[in-house]
Design a protein around this ligand. Structure first.
Ligand code: FES
Length: 108
């Protein structure tokens, strides 16, 4: 997967809101945080639960609702650990949000 895909209109993803965007070979969580749109994997590397999009945002990190692991929204890196989420390229154009899913192998 290497193309930008339309997700939704910017107006649909308001401040501190999130959205799940999934396809055949990707599952992504998008967040609007302080005016920026961020896209990371929706599947947590801890117990592989697809709940990241439901996580609370705290200090630039999303908190997995299952057990509280925290991931930096910008990089996907886990706070205080080496497992993380992939961060995906986001582009805003004409009031629309596009994401380029990056499919990587996970080291789980
Ligand atoms: S599944 Fe995310 S912290 Fe456990």
């Amino acid at each position: 997967m290497s193309e930008l895909l339309f997700v939704c209109y910017v107006d649909e993803l308001t401040e501190n809101k999130s959205k799940r965007f999934s396809g055949e070979d990707f599952d992504i969580a998008l967040f609007n945080y302080k005016g920026g749109i961020f896209a990371v994997d929706n599947v947590c590397p801890h117990q592989h639960r697809a709940e990241i999009y439901q996580g609370e945002i705290k200090n630039g990190c999303v908190v997995c609702p299952a057990h509280g692991w925290k991931f930096d929204l910008r990089t996907g890196n886990k706070v205080g650990g080496n497992k993380g989420l992939n961060a995906h390229e986001v582009k805003i154009s004409g009031g629309k949000i596009f994401v380029k899913p990056t499919v990587k192998k996970f080291a789980w």
